[in-house]
Write a protein that binds this ligand. Sequence first.
Ligand SMILES: Cc1cc2nc3c(=O)[nH]c(=O)nc-3n(C[C@H](O)[C@H](O)[C@H](O)COP(=O)(O)OP(=O)(O)OC[C@H]3O[C@@H](n4cnc5c(N)ncnc54)[C@H](O)[C@@H]3O)c2cc1C
Length: 460
Amino acid sequence: MGEKQFGGGRMGEKGATGITEQLVELGFESARLKTGTPPRVDGRSLDYTKMEIQHGDEEIVGFSYLPVERIKPEQQRCCWITYTSNEVHEILKTGFEQSPMYQGRIKGSGPRYCPSIEDKISRFAERDRHQLFVEPEGWNTVEIYVNGFSTSLPEDVQFKALKMVPGFENVKFFRPGYAIEYDYFPPTQLQFTLETKLISGLFFAGQINGTTGYEEAACQGLMAGINAHQKAQEKDPVVLKRSDAYIGVLIDDLINKGTDEPYRMFTSRAEFRTLLRQDNADLRLTPLGHELGLASDERMERVNAKRQDVERIKNILAEYPVEPTAANPFLEKIGSSPMTEKARAMKLLLRPGISLKDMMQEIPGLKEAVGDSDILNLEQAEIQAKYDVYIEKEKELVKKMATLEDMVIPQSFNYDKLTALSAEARQKLAKIKPGTLGQASRISGVNPSDVQILMVYMGR
Ligand SMILES: Cc1cc2nc3c(=O)[nH]c(=O)nc-3n(C[C@H](O)[C@H](O)[C@H](O)COP(=O)(O)OP(=O)(O)OC[C@H]3O[C@@H](n4cnc5c(N)ncnc54)[C@H](O)[C@@H]3O)c2cc1C
């Protein structure tokens, strides 16, 4: 924090010392990463009339698929947006000399995707303002998280600068922002089960592997736990593929490519985004969870019932006849071209801009024909119907990608002519000249989308 520097653990906890040295002594390689956090302020000291309100989602979607856990909060809390200004930036700059991140006193790489405010000011010098999200920390607290103002500048500089932000004129700090630096163990030292290559029975999960984020840590903990159990029970390892789950993408990226900056899971890192949908996570992964003894019979039965109900709904839609006279008033209302002859309900659903919910409301008899169904089942039937062609195409692609190792790239291949490749991929491919598409896909900076472009090209 500014020029103050001290060792410690998580906020309010003591540092854990000695473990890195022990692991290094055993032959592990370790490195440093850094991250920062914004100040936490007293929400009662802010003037929200000077900020733009940001409402929460109207349709709240839970993490859980179980109805008992899908309870909607009766009220939502909102966030607000405000902005920094040139004046704010000028004050912040007065502390740059003392910023440990900026000065290089902290040397590890920071998270590219949530840079500190001092990074933003110097990297995007042409911008005269940066957006700040003013986020309440919860229902039972007045604490506010100033998202976008991550900083390790001296406390007085943070305070002076923040006071110049509209709505923050009378701000009271609970805690200033700060940066931390920590050890990690490059994850190329792991097997796909998250067991270390070096020591049998030792598993690494979470920040120790170079990731940042709660979900990133949680999912690795789950997989390492599963695999530790499988190993102890002499059962087969459980490894999720890139086409199975985002967890599969994360672990595959970590182990094949390693990471030299805090790794965060983004949807853009996955090549099979049409398959890896949030709406079908239960259908995709519950059977495996149940097989492993993690998902209860009841949960599995629910998923099976959902699957059957979704098929039932799709079959009804594929059969249900719709007369032009019944549908045309609705089509006219939403600006879709009128029907000239009788068609099945499914055909109408495939038109852009037409939702199953609206159809069930507007087309006489359809609601009764479909009958009572969970809203998630209706949504699932609609998604599967509307995107069927794309989903099938992607499944084909998954099969094709499995044969990457057999696809030879000629040494003379001219990557420059493939302008669709990212500049970084083109550069690295030209330099490394991988022998097969499999090898190309493991080069850091060559993204799955680049591999797809190459594959389409080679497949010609
Ligand atoms: C300042 C800051 C702000 C962040 N903000 C966010 C955010 O807004 N959103 C987000 O998603 N992520 C955020 N992160 C990242 C996120 O907190 C971490 O990536 C995540 O908590 C890592 O979880 P973990 O379980 O791997 O490690 P930790 O949560 O660090 O847990 C490791 C545990 O192991 C214990 N331990 C260490 N050594 C030993 C030992 N020898 N024996 C026994 N126990 C030991 C430690 O005490 C600790 O409890 C932030 C991180 C920091 C530092």
